[in-house]
Design a protein around this ligand. Structure first.
Ligand SMILES: NC(=O)c1ccc[n+]([C@@H]2O[C@H](COP(=O)([O-])OP(=O)(O)OC[C@H]3O[C@@H](n4cnc5c(N)ncnc54)[C@H](OP(=O)(O)O)[C@@H]3O)[C@@H](O)[C@H]2O)c1
Length: 348
């Protein structure tokens, strides 16, 4: 039975972790919610309507690491970098949701449906990285295509929800939407903070997530190019992305153009996707963020629709991929990493 700390328990991802642990299949002895000093003492069982008693929120300084089996870190890269190695040295398996360790050579970057072998043995540093939320749903859709016909290159555009900006992002979209409806001519608050998305998101699109580097690509786009190569074990895969923030509360969407080594038909691609675990394929119609967010079952799946092989090029396929970034793209993947470690037999 596992003793688990959820760090960042009051945040958008941490709350989903607590909800999934509440009704999940992991053998759990104790769950300790951890957040900043601002939240110390909060009763998340009452706030979130949990069945399991999690006890009051504690700070990292107040967390008892004696006998701690797992620490799921969802508190940003700075805290990941500061606390990840310390918690791992204390004996816990650390699953970090931030970008802090993803590209470190001794840290496996894992999507259990794609590269579970990376967890065959306990990683030497005791840390496993959870990939970027958009990368997780992307590789879940790409993996069956790679197995069927070999990936050559991928070009995608993401349509990322406000929840990707955490609770602050969700709050900003709600507030800015109300403000824009009340007064469509209102300018952004003069002198106000730039906000979670760099500008108000309501009724607009923001074609830039994260800061651009010298090449013009943003951090998010860089992560989307790098991380799938590591997860899929394809270091030379050609992959490039444009990341767009959209005024949708939950669930990221992606338009993905894939070139395959072997020629394919739409039926072959659809059959490969339909047979993959945790994918819901739409042979007719298509998933949207709202329909996917509507039920807990759909929030746990990757949804793929609009599969189109180009009529003039049987090596080229378009996909439309939607998934809940807080669950599939973060909390659920993190807990499935823990589940995979338990199944592999090395997590005490
Ligand atoms: N949102 C997504 O879709 C998504 C997807 C994949 C990965 N991630 C990653 O997951 C992490 C959390 O994201 P989020 O969206 O959940 O953010 P969030 O809603 O802003 O939550 C941040 C959490 O971190 C906690 N925290 C802040 N400072 C802390 C400290 N000094 N000690 C302990 N806890 C502290 C906060 O606690 P307080 O409430 O006390 O401030 C809160 O619980 C980030 O690294 C993010 O990149 C997010």
């Amino acid at each position: 039975m596992l003793n688990i700390a959820v760090i960042g328990a009051t945040g958008a991802v941490g709350r989903e972790c607590l909800a999934l642990l509440d009704g999940g299949t992991l053998p759990v002895k104790r769950v300790t919610p951890v957040a900043s000093a601002r939240s110390a003492g909060r009763d998340l069982r009452a706030e979130l309507g949990l069945a399991r008693d999690a006890g009051p929120v504690v700070t990292l300084d107040g967390l008892d690491t004696d006998g701690l089996d797992v620490a799921v870190l969802s508190a940003g890269a700075e805290i990941g970098r500061r606390e990840g190695r310390r918690l791992a040295a204390a004996g816990a398996l650390v699953v970090d949701n931030s970008s802090a360790f993803r590209m470190e050579p001794d840290v496996p970057l894992v999507v259990p449906q794609v590269n579970p072998d990376a967890l065959a043995a306990r990683p030497p540093g005791g840390i496993v990285a959870n990939p970027n939320c958009s990368a997780i749903q992307l590789v879940r859709a790409l993996h069956p295509l790679h197995t069927a016909a070999g990936l050559e290159s991928v070009v995608l555009t993401t349509y990322q929800a406000a929840s990707g900006g955490g609770l602050r992002g969700l709050g900003e979209l709600a507030r800015d939407s109300r403000r824009a409806l009340d007064d469509p001519t209102a300018a952004p608050e003069p002198g106000g903070p730039p906000g979670r998305f760099g500008q108000p998101l309501a009724f607009d699109l923001v074609p830039g997530i994260g800061l651009p580097d010298g090449s013009g690509f943003t951090h998010e786009e860089r992560k989307l190019a790098r991380e799938p190569r590591k997860i899929l074990g394809l270091p030379d895969l050609r992959l490039t992305a444009t990341a767009v923030r959209v005024p949708v509360f939950h669930c990221h969407s992606e338009a993905v153009h894939v070139r395959l080594r072997e020629p394919v038909t739409t039926a072959l691609v659809e059959d490969a996707l339909a047979a993959a675990p945790g994918i819901r394929l739409y042979r007719d119609g298509y998933p949207t963020p709202r329909t996917v967010f509507a039920t807990p079952r759909d929030r746990a799946l990757v949804h793929v629709g609009r599969v189109r092989v180009e009529p003039d090029d049987p090596h080229a396929v378009w996909l439309w991929v939607v998934a809940d970034n807080l669950r599939v793209g973060a909390a659920l993947n993190a807990l499935q990493i823990v589940e995979t470690a338990v199944e592999a037999g090395w997590l005490r």
